[in-house]
Each structure stands twice: as C-alpha cells, then as structure tokens.
Design a protein around this ligand. Structure first.
Ligand SMILES: NC(=O)c1ccc[n+]([C@@H]2O[C@H](COP(=O)([O-])OP(=O)(O)OC[C@H]3O[C@@H](n4cnc5c(N)ncnc54)[C@H](OP(=O)(O)O)[C@@H]3O)[C@@H](O)[C@H]2O)c1
Length: 325
C-alpha cells in the first residue's frame, strides 16, 4: 500500500514558492520534482526548496513515472492546457484558481479526469482553512440565526504594469478572476447559487477589470455584496450577518487566522487559529489524504462546486462584455 504521495510542481512563480514551503508541513507527502520552462529556473527552485529532481520543461516533468500528483502554478490562461497535459500523462492534478478561463474549459478538464480515472481539484486553498470550516459550523448550528447579508471584499493597490499577469489580458488579467473569485467562492460555499446577479466593473487601459462589484440576490431574503480591486487597499474582510448575530472573518479574510462572533444578546467571542505554514498545507493535506484513499475528487471541494464557481465568473464577466481569446 502507498504511504507517501510524490508531488511535482509545474511553474516556479510566486505561488509555487509558497506551496513548496508548505508541503514540508504535510504528512505522507514529498515534494519530489519541479518543472519549469527553463532548466536554469527549475534548478534554482529545486536548490532553494530541496527538491530532488528538476526538469527544464513541463513535458519532461509529467513524464516522470514516480510523480503521483502535479500542482499547476502557471497563469490562468494555461490552466486548462497544463491540466490536460498532466492528465494525459496519467498524473493526478491540483490546479490553481481560477480552475480555467471559462466553464467550457473546466468541463473538458473534468471529462478528461473522469476518462482517465484520475484525481482532479481546484486549488481553492481557503476552503480548507480551519477558520472557514469553523464559520460553516457556526452557521449550521444556528449561532447567528438566519443569514440576511453577506459582505466580502478583496482589494490591494497593485503597482501598475501592463505586462504583469494581473493587468495583462493575454495572461488572463483582471481582478475578478484573480482575487474577486474569493468573495464569489465564500458566497457560493455559504449561500449556494444566487437567483439574481447584478454587477459592474471599471475596465482599465489593458482591457481587463481593475475594479468590480457584484450583488447576489437570493429569493429567500439574502443579499450578498462582493467586490475586488487592484487599485486600492480595501478592508479584505467577510462579514455574515444574521437575525441573531454576525460573524466577522478578519483581514485578510481569504487566509484568516481569526474570526469574531457577535450575538444580539451582547456576547462577543474571538476564535483564533495558528497555522504551521502559509495556509496551503491544509489543501495539500486534503489532496494527499484523498490520493491515499484512492478518491478521484475531494468531498470538501467536489468538481461540481468548481463548475458552479466558474459559471458564476462567466455570468459576471458577460455582464461587462469582457471576453478573453
Ligand atoms: N492560491 C493562492 O493564494 C494564489 C496566490 C497567487 C496566485 N495564484 C494563482 O496561481 C497562478 C500563478 O500565479 P503567480 O502569482 O504565482 O504567477 P507568477 O509569479 O507570474 O508565476 C507563474 C509561473 O507560471 C509559469 N509560466 C508558464 N508560462 C508562462 C507565461 N507565458 N508567462 C508567465 N509565466 C508562465 C512560470 O514558471 P516557469 O518560468 O518556471 O515555467 C511562472 O513563474 C495564477 O493562476 C494565480 O491565480 C494563487
């Protein structure tokens, strides 16, 4: 029986570095190989994070017979292509968010994973953090009564560079797909699909949304207000208000270490958590456990959730006529 899962990392950018650091906190997992578009970059990354094998191309990485799963850390526009490359080579996949550029690409990825009988998951790490799991538990236990409002934002002042992944349309730029996905994700997780969506965006000189806001309306009486921006530092909090009280997931709420629950009867409680790493260890542990159990998707973040998430992103973008090639 397999006891250690061998991980490969595809792409050596910012997020790949954080993920590599956090794999050391994961039980039954080994960071086994890294693949980059250049050998020089692959070797640099391998030396920095003690990775036994470095490959100078993604095709060589996926051909390594000893790798069980590949973490895809390339820009959004390559997620579908790289996921299919890995699945075709017989590797399980954990692919960064957004899962792909649109719902059609996501269905192709899911079809391929099913055809190959391989594990596939979107790397929506926030889903696995203890703070978010505690929030779900509090809500389902009725701690804040019936939810009436949800507010969630994610914004930071990015240094403007039209070539940078964040602003570059050819690389899938725009705040919605990069960070707006988090407020949309938490709303989908806690409230499900909305009955109505209203949204608007400020499209910058590179043709992508620099700022956006969306309202999700639910026929059972809930409104969610969601926003993202690359143009200003915003509170980066999620607040869920119900008939009996509210939960505030504090800044930076997508990687929160604490939340506060305030009840109408005047009680206020802070709940705190410590992480061993940057927080990516929770998703990596979930994936490792799923693979050891022979699962093809995670019960906590099933593929149908990612399908719904991308369909929301598609719907919102469509309201602004923002299309990517
Ligand atoms: N979960 C999170 O918290 C989180 C945080 C940040 C980003 N992300 C996601 O992770 C993905 C990567 O983001 P990042 O900030 O790490 O990006 P990044 O620093 O630009 O790194 C992306 C890497 O992808 C590879 N790549 C392949 N083709 C490329 C191309 N044509 N242009 C540029 N890079 C290319 C490169 O690695 P090689 O040169 O080694 O091939 C590059 O280092 C994005 O989809 C983003 O949404 C997630």
């Amino acid at each position: 029986m397999k006891t250690t899962i061998h991980w490969g990392i595809l792409g050596t950018g910012r997020i790949a570095e954080k993920f590599a650091m956090d794999l050391q906190h994961v039980n039954n997992a080994q960071l086994y190989a890294v693949g980059s578009r250049t050998m020089e970059q692959a070797k640099m990354f391998a030396n920095k994070y003690n990775v036994p094998l470095a490959y100078g191309s993604y095709t060589e990485l996926v051909a390594d017979p000893n790798i069980d799963i590949i973490y895809i850390a390339s820009p959004h526009v390559f997620h579908a292509e790289h996921t299919l490359l890995c699945l075709d080579a017989g590797k399980a996949v954990l692919c960064e968010k957004p899962f792909a550029m649109n719902a059609s690409q996501v269905s192709t990825m899911i079809r391929k994973a099913k055809e190959k009988n391989l594990f596939l998951m979107e790397a929506l790490w926030t889903r696995f953090l203890p703070t978010i799991r505690k929030t779900e538990e509090l809500i389902s236990s009725g701690a804040i009564g019936n939810i009436i409002q949800l507010q969630s934002d994610f914004g930071f002042k990015a240094v403007y560079d039209p070539q940078w992944r964040l602003f570059n349309k050819q690389l899938g730029g725009g705040s919605l797909l990069d960070i707006g996905i988090y407020p949309i994700f938490i709303t989908l997780l806690l409230l499900g699909l909305p009955d109505e969506i209203l949204s608007s965006a400020i499209i910058g000189p590179t043709g992508v949304d620099e700022t956006m806001a969306a309202i999700f309306k639910y026929n059972n009486g809930i409104i969610a207000s969601l926003s993202s921006t690359f143009m200003a530092n915003t509170p980066c909090e999620t607040i869920i208000s119900g008939t009996e009280g509210s939960i505030r997931i504090h800044r930076m709420w997508h990687t929160p270490t604490y939340l506060t629950i305030s009840k109408n009867n005047g009680t206020v409680e802070d709940i705190r958590f410590n992480y061993a790493g940057n927080g990516y260890e929770y998703e990596a542990q979930e994936v490792t456990n799923c693979l050891l159990k022979g699962l093809k998707e995670s019960p906590l973040l099933p593929l149908h959730f990612s399908e719904k998430l991308i369909s929301l992103l598609d719907t919102i973008r469509k309201q602004w006529n923002l299309e990517y090639n």
